[in-house]
Design a protein around this ligand. Sequence first.
Ligand SMILES: Nc1nc2c(c(=O)[nH]1)N[C@H]1C(S)=C(S)[C@@H](COP(=O)(O)O)O[C@H]1N2
Ligand SMILES: [Mo]
Length: 202
Amino acid sequence: MPGPTRGFLGRRRERDTRLPPGQYDAGREWPVLTAEPTPRISPETWSITVDGRVETPTTWSWDEAHRLPRSEYRGAIHCVTTWSKFDTWFAGVSVDTLLEAARPTPDAHFVMATSKTGYTTNLPLEDVTGGKAWVVWEYDGGPLPVEHGGPVRLLVPHLYFWKSAKWVSRLTLMQRDQPGFWEQNGYHDRGDPWREQRYQGD
Ligand SMILES: Nc1nc2c(c(=O)[nH]1)N[C@H]1C(S)=C(S)[C@@H](COP(=O)(O)O)O[C@H]1N2
Ligand SMILES: [Mo]
């Protein structure tokens, strides 16, 4: 049965199905959102540590991290301030690879990501396993720009972008959830853009 207003509605622009509710397409723009002063971190002094509820707390230097299997993400990112950006291309290492080495203990259920600057953000362990999260140092085939977290940031693209800690240096596995920087300031503990989990209680 043909819909009575089909011809009229058909002329409306279709909403991009890649766009979660309440988001707009920022196009080629990539806004910078940083709460703290942008640090200068040389690759030689950067390292990433996985500790907390793990059997083998492990630290990788820049060179050691680059010898791990390379993993890429191509797709969208979504900021809680309502911009989304499509067709991004990041490369680094899968968080799965780091966790395989550190071996979370059975009571590990959450992760606190900490930046070299002290910025923190909490995540359920399930949201950084199964090919859903990366530690990245490349964007669009070049080094990750410093204002976007270079030399290395966390990338958890299926959650709002505040979960993707810039200048990340530590992933701490925890038994119980603890709020990070924005989560203490009212942002949601999980932050799924498809469920519009922007603030605590959403
Ligand atoms: N260290 C650190 N990481 C951070 C932030 C921050 O202020 N400090 N802001 C978060 C927020 S709110 C967003 S939207 C993204 C912004 O990343 P971008 O500046 O590369 O767009 O980084 C996230 N990671
Ligand atoms: Mo954000």
